[in-house]
Design a protein around this ligand. Structure first.
Ligand code: NAP
Ligand code: MN
Length: 268
């Protein structure tokens, strides 16, 4: 049976050049290459940055096939391979010299007045107003009322997403080997009129975070999952939890979370 590898890439010049080089090297090593999702592939290679990696996972419907990224993008927290290291990556892959990181997905269940819909995210879900107005949300965790939030929104992230938008709003960076859910406030109002947590809170992996508009069937609630907007009419509530579904990300065997954080955020 042929060994199939699927390559997904964004359209930048650098990515397309890298794709051509990679394609040739894979064929020379005895692989068959596909540019579309192939259920028989043994590996999916995403060429681009983090955005491209997130897009690949979405386009391929949360694949169970392992993924690896080649970073031609800006930051590249998910992609592990540099375009100049393609030869050594292919050798390590053939030798089985890599580690597989399992990233559990965030399950976002949105209930509206008359429907229910499930969305999965790798990084986060943001609940905010679709207008430039204060949003008022009720936050329950495991059926217990925790707070009424007023401000720009609530951001619920996985550990893998902790270094993304969550970090920009002042949330904590979480080691991806920890399975937790982080709820970070975006510009919370703290006055005698409104009072809520000003820091993020971190919940255990089996928690169910429940966010609902304070006014029933508020019509201006926007849910943004991994940067993609979902507009629903008359949202009743949004339940967020760590799903059993996960993606498998190949890492070079010298990958270490905190070294990567220092390299990408502190530039050393
Ligand atoms: P984007 O606007 O290009 O993303 C913003 C930045 O987030 C990019 O530099 C991206 O890396 C980086 N990023 C994505 N996932 C990351 C992760 N897990 N750890 C560290 N950095 C990460 O949009 P995009 O590329 O489609 O990515 C969507 C993500 O953007 C969302 O999931 C959200 O986390 C993030 N975002 C951040 C802000 C903010 O920080 N104020 C606002 C909106 C969205 P690349 O350059 O490699 O693509
Ligand atoms: Mn991007």
């Amino acid at each position: 049976m042929n060994k199939i590898i699927t390559i997904s890439s964004n359209n930048t010049k650098k990515s397309l050049e890298t794709r051509e080089i990679l394609h040739k090297k894979l064929i020379d090593t005895g692989f068959e290459v596909d540019y579309e999702y192939n259920p028989n592939a043994q590996l999916i290679i995403s060429i681009g940055g983090d955005g491209c990696f997130l897009q690949t996972v979405r386009d391929y419907n949360l694949p169970t096939i392992p993924l690896v990224g080649i970073n031609t993008g800006h930051l590249g927290f998910f992609p592990d391979i540099s375009p100049v290291d393609i030869d050594s990556f292919i050798k390590s892959y053939l030798d089985g010299d890599y580690v597989t990181q399992e990233l559990p997905l965030l399950e976002v269940s949105i209930s509206t007045k008359d429907a229910c819909c499930n969305i999965y995210g790798i990084n986060e879900a943001v609940v905010k107003s679709d207008k430039s107005r204060t949003i008022h949300l009720k936050l329950n965790i495991n059926n217990k009322h925790v707070q009424n939030f007023s401000g720009d929104g609530l951001l619920v992230s996985t550990s893998a997403g902790s270094t993304a938008y969550n970090y920009s709003v002042g949330g904590s960076i979480v080691d991806t080997s920890l399975k937790v859910i982080q709820v970070a406030p975006i510009s919370p109002i703290n006055t005698i009129a409104y009072r809520c947590f000003t820091s993020s809170i971190i919940c255990s992996h089996d928690s169910i975070v429940d966010i609902s508009p304070e006014c029933d069937f508020e019509n201006s609630t926007l849910v943004v999952v991994d940067g993609l907007e979902y507009n629903f009419k008359e949202i009743d509530n949004i339940k967020l939890s760590i799903s059993d579904r996960k993606i498998k990300l190949l890492r070079t065997s010298n990958y270490e979370f905190w070294s990567r954080v220092c390299e990408k955020f502190l530039n050393f």
